[in-house]
Write a new protein. Structure first.
Length: 63
């Protein structure tokens, strides 16, 4: 079974460099015998759910 890790960061904190502006990160560790489309679909669904929980005023572009 694939290991899917999702992380989300906003730029609410002062003093952070621009790299830390709002972004999401997905890390996937999957076996070569796993269906890539199923794994990517699950990762996309988890990210979508994370984004929906974040209020629109806290969504910032990465750049």
């Amino acid at each position: 079974m694939a290991i899917i890790s999702t992380n989300m960061t906003t730029n609410e904190y002062e003093g952070k460099e621009s790299f830390h502006k709002g972004h999401y990160e997905i890390k996937i560790l999957a076996g070569l015998d796993e269906n890539i489309y199923d794994v990517l679909g699950e990762a996309a669904e988890r990210t979508r759910v994370l984004l929906e929980t974040l209020p629109p005023e806290k969504r910032y572009s990465r750049f």
